[in-house]
Design a protein around this ligand. Sequence first.
Ligand SMILES: Cc1cc2nc3c(=O)[nH]c(=O)nc-3n(C[C@H](O)[C@H](O)[C@H](O)COP(=O)(O)OP(=O)(O)OC[C@H]3O[C@@H](n4cnc5c(N)ncnc54)[C@H](O)[C@@H]3O)c2cc1C
Length: 385
Amino acid sequence: DREQRTNTHSYALALHPETLELLDTLGLADRVLESSRQLSKVGIYEGDHPKATLNYSTLALKHPFLSVISQGELERILVESLSEKGHKPLWNHRARFIEQTPDKLKVSVDRLTEGMTGYAVAHIEMQIDKILDYQANYLIGADGHQSVARHIAGINFPETAPSIDYAVFEFKTDADLPNEMRLIIKDDKTHIFWPLPNGYCRWSFQVNHGEAPTQSLQKDHHLLQYGNHGYPLLDREHLDAFLAENAPWFEGSIENLNWRMLIQFEHRLADSFGKHRIWLAGDSAHMTPQAGILSMNVGMREAVDLVDRLASGTTDAERQKALAGYNTQRLAEWEHLLDLDNHISAVDQTASWILGHRTSLIGNIPASGETLSELLAQLHLIEAA
Ligand SMILES: Cc1cc2nc3c(=O)[nH]c(=O)nc-3n(C[C@H](O)[C@H](O)[C@H](O)COP(=O)(O)OP(=O)(O)OC[C@H]3O[C@@H](n4cnc5c(N)ncnc54)[C@H](O)[C@@H]3O)c2cc1C
């Protein structure tokens, strides 16, 4: 990893029931449960009025709830577990180039180190200490939305829907927070509320297109987003106004307002999940709506699936066959998850309001597979095969 360490903040913040089950197979579920807040419901609101509830607790799942945990904490648990197994990520290593030959990959990697630089004002910058050369049969590119692996494999990453801008605030409160995630649909906007562990909560208020800087979804591992960064929309006055307008039910203090950002969420899907010897998992292949946390959750399963397929074959021909299956299945799964094939319809009149707001819901329900189908059924929505 080109960074110096894991994330220091939240970003994606909830695990789906199936992801917790996956972590259970690695012996990590208890650690996640200790550090997370469990939510068994998602409330769908029209402004101030509850319109529908998705209830995970009625589903036949081993863990029938969402586990809200900061991405930084989750990554800490994963790295700790790797280290217990005797593995250590190579921090400060940046893939610079990947060359594909017919029978192998050559990967050159910059080993980075901190160095002092600057003439008038000295500052610390990462510098290349050494260039390392590796050879591999296959490479899994889990290198995020600006993936070098995807770029070098020549895979396109087109938009599936227009980007959406949000003003995001995280703070501590003395309010007795409802123990559910809320999607608040008001006029042409969708806002998101998450209760977090330890009395914190996160609010994402959709703002007009163009309010957030483009390419704002760049992780900054070094800077927590303190202050309003010169964006008036992140002022305390705007937060008060957003809350009064969209969530008048929220009555509580606002303390430790230590994270606020204007973020543009893009929606993209790779037109292939891999080619030849380079294969993709996670954000390198998809960027999805904010509330569903699909990219991270499904992405973790993709990584496991790829490893299984690569480990299953003994010849290249067998592996290529298994990988071709990965590509077909992943593309079909994402078409379905993002309803690109328009396969969701109403069972009866009860669902007409919900269906009228399909763009607010698609990708924003934190579930996939059978769980998603069952939750959609709770909304009187049905999926065509
Ligand atoms: C501010 C912010 C808020 C977010 N909020 C949400 C949210 O509310 N809901 C949601 O669903 N998602 C959210 N996301 C997105 C979420 O974080 C991603 O879906 C998730 O992190 C994807 O995981 P990943 O491992 O695929 O990619 P990443 O987490 O991006 O990890 C990729 C890793 O690859 C490393 N890397 C990249 N290029 C190279 C290279 N050339 N060489 C070596 N290493 C490299 C990076 O350093 C990084 O550690 C947010 C993201 C950000 C930045």
